[in-house]
Each structure stands twice: as C-alpha cells, then as structure tokens.
Design a protein around this ligand. Sequence first.
Ligand code: HEM
Length: 417
Amino acid sequence: MVDRVRTSRRGLLGLGTAAVAGTAAATLSACDSKGSPRSAPAATVAFHGSRQAGIVTAQQDRLAFAAYDLTVSGSPAENRDALRELLKTWTAAARAMTEGKPVPGDNDIGAAPPADTGEAFGTPPANLTITIGFGPSLFDKRFGLADKRPAALADLPHFARDNLDATRSGGDIAIQACSDDPMVAFHAIRNLARLGRGTVVMRWSQLGFGRAASTSDKQETPRNLFGFKDGTRNIHGDPKQLDNWVWVGKETDQKWMRNGSYLVARRIQMRIEAWDRDFLTDQQNVFGRHKYTGAPLSGGNEFDAPNFHARAADGSAAIPPTSHMALAAHENNGGVRILRRAYNYTDGVIASSGELDAGLFFLCYQRDPRTQFVALQHKLSRSDALNEYIQHVGSGLYACPPGVTSDSGYWGEDLLA
Ligand code: HEM
C-alpha cells in the first residue's frame, strides 16, 4: 500500500493515470518505490527555513494571492484552537505542495472526494513558494491575541487619492503563492481554501501574470504594463540590505515576529489607454528613466546610479523632481528602502468606462511599514507625476511570521504558543 501522505504528486500520477504515461515514466524514474523524489528536483524552493520562502526568493513569473477571513464564533480560547488547527493543516499542505506532492490525505477512495483537487497533478512545482501573513484584524477580540499585535502592524493610514474597494482589501490571513507555472500557484490557494472550509472563507484574491520586479541580481529586469523596466534598483539579495530593510530583528516588541517581515499589498490600477496616448519624452519624465534601456535620465546605463543634481541642456533637472524615481529613491528618503515583489495583472474591462482593468499588484516587504511603505507612499501619493495615470484600488497589510524549521512545526507557532 502506498503511503498517501508521502506520495509525490508526480509519483501518484505515475501509479494511476494512463493518459500521461510518457511523463509518468520519465518522472517515475526520478522517484523511489514510495513515489518520493530521490533527490530534490531542480525547480523546488526549500519550504523549511528560519525565514519564510517567497520573500527574497528569486521572483517567480506567476502569482496567486488570496486573503481569507476566519468564520469562527466560539470563545477566544476555542477560536485560537481552531486557528491553530487551521495553521497546522495549511502548513502540512504547503510543505507538500512546494515539494511537488499532493495535499496530504486520501486521494484514491472511490466513495470520497480526493484530498487534492488534482489540477496540478503531473506538473512540477516550478519553484512554488507559499508565504503567509496575518492581517491586523486577526488581533481583534475573537482570538484574544490583542496583546500579541506588533506595533509595526498599525493600520495603514488613508493616502491622498486612495480609492480603495473594501472587497479587495484587508483579510485576517493572506497567502502569497508564487510559481513559474500559473496552475501550480492557483492550485495552492484553492486547496488551502478548501482545507479551511468551515473555518475560513476567501475574502478576495488576485492573479498576477508576469513579474514586475526582480529580487535577485541574476534576473533580467522585467517590464510593467507601461512598458518600463521595473525592479532595477530593488534590493537584489544583498544580505546587509535585507537585514537593514526586510527582516524583523531584535527591535520588535513581539518576539514571535523575529525573522519575519511585513507585507504591504496594493492593487494599483493603471490607466493604460491614457498612458498609451502620452508622448515618449513625457513618459520618461514620469519615471525619470529611459523607456527602452532603463537608464536614468541623468545618463549612463540601466544599473548606473542616478545623478539627481544633473542638468539637462535647457538647465532644468535631468531627472524631474516629481518623477517617480526621484521621489522614491533612497537617496531622497533618508536611505529608506523596501523590497518590491510586484506583478502585472489584468482582470477584463471596467464596466463604467470600457477601459482595461489592468495594473500593478504591488507587493513589498519590509521591517517596519510605518517608516518604510507609509513614509514613501505619503510622499508619492501627494506629488508623484505617475498619479495622473494610476489609482490605488485595493490594500492589505500583513505580518509574515518567521519560517517553519521542522516537519512538526507550523506557521505562527510562536504567536499561538
Ligand atoms: C503602478 C504603480 C507603480 C509603477 C508602475 C512603478 C514603477 C516603477 C519603475 C518603472 C521604477 C524604476 C525602476 C526601478 O528602480 O525599479 C520604480 C522604482 C521604484 N518604485 Fe515604483 N512603481 C509603482 C508604485 C510604487 C509604489 C506604490 C511604491 C512605494 C510606495 C514604489 C516604490 C518604488 C521605489 C522605492 C523605487 C526605486 C527608486 C530608486 O531607488 O531609484 N513604487 N517604480
């Protein structure tokens, strides 16, 4: 009898599905008799670690993001127990899925629905990472966790021009699933929702179809939907910068957040039709960079440092002071940086205007949102030349706990201890 929990997703296929016999034969040869991979396939990212994967991991091509609300109605102690059970179940499922295995449980009892929904069978994990974060609402009266709420998880303030849709904002728990395969990423958030049925409902979700940042210097800089290279001056894995700006350290008022990070998610609609009518020089002045090479308008190549004092031939600033780059650059913000991990999205057409509903699903990680995202966004929301073409329509803030280090560990263990 095959051990269902440890059966690899590809091994399971090899045992059961004739239609993919070719693939199965190829993949089965990489598995032992229990269907577990003999050695980790190249395209997997380790789930275990003192810090969660999916934050500094070289950014994958696809995103499936979901925010969930808990539906519990018991006493705080009962609700905490339900939350703990959920997090244990989700951790086990996430561990399995990132290893390319099906969701643990029975998958071949004819009289019962399979534990795993099945759409990713036969598909390698393609660098799947599943990252969890806890929203401010998790620390309300329901769970008796108010005294565990970190000061840095302060509700985001209202920013100038915000036009937020409550049905695309907030949530008790957020899951960011990133993979180079869209089916694998979607499979992860769908299966977590299914496993949590009775305890959680999905509040909102967002798919991202192409990365719009790079988190490693080994990656090409991708482009956003305005056609500009995005991620040029992101944090690209430098450990010192990550410690300074991304990972929570000893300074936190909540020990359970050490080695964690804070995620800010913003659904930012981009007025593509209006942008496409703007002339090239203006587009470049909006960002402060050349469209095709990505080089700063002060000269040089893509990765050369911008010179904010450089002058154009007519004596004006080569990089306009209201350009997105000038306003967001660490040189002009007391050194402050964030780790951007954004994705392009498109969701059909906006009914009221007939324009494309498309934009940037802006995700960024940091050590303290109050002094990082909030400080930057206050400035950008008031003065950024980009504001003519964008609108923030969704928002979320989540405390991402440290990673899970063993098979018996689970997400948020220290929070619920
Ligand atoms: C639709 C919205 C946005 C678009 C299209 C966009 C696009 C860009 C582009 C093209 C760059 C220059 C290349 C690079 O260094 O990556 C850039 C840089 C940057 N952006 Fe954005 N961005 C958006 C929103 C935001 C928001 C909301 C924030 C933070 C509050 C932000 C923070 C930054 C930072 C910190 C930089 C690096 C600046 C530097 O050091 O040179 N961006 N963005």
